[in-house]
Design a protein. Sequence first.
Length: 218
Amino acid sequence: MKYTTVVFDLDGTLLNTLEDLMDAVNYALRQYGYPERSLDEIRNFVGNGVQKLIERSLPADADKTNITDLLSAFRGYYAIHCEDKTRAYDGVLKLLQQLNEAGFKLAIVSNKLDSAVKTLNQSYFSAYVQAAIGEKEGVRRKPAPDMVENALKELGSSKETAIYIGDSEVDIQTAANAGLDCISVAWGFRDTSFLLEQGARIIAETPQQVYTILTNTP
């Protein structure tokens, strides 16, 4: 078996978090009199961390000096409501169980806040995932390789036996920067044509296809 470790993105890959993210963004925007954003707009804004999400959600002519206050409002709301509408994608739990039983080491790396990553991992995936790392001070966000490298260190794994799985252009760049092969998934926040334009080489349409690719079984 070529791979022994799998590093997953979280939002759009394992969990559909979009509605809870939208609700938290719109809560923060309402506090400061800004117009709210639609689900499709939030879908296009996610991927580079909370600050970028807030910045992209503001009107083009908005005063950017209160970003810190907006971030605080977002974080406070999301800490309480991050599991209201979030759910695992169909087939994801079975995939993680199969990989765990097959002996793979599993990790999650996300530009979501570290506290939220750990909370969601504990709620959904802790039976299978051994390391869950999110955005925190002193660690560069994806597409920098830092989070992936920290996860591999925590698992005691090498880059040569690890593969990265995600749903966005940020994930494709992250895998490249970390020196890992990449599987892009088509059920998340980006579609197949967009992923191909961004350089995706392997695309899985379903979680079961991920398992087949990783284990080379029919």
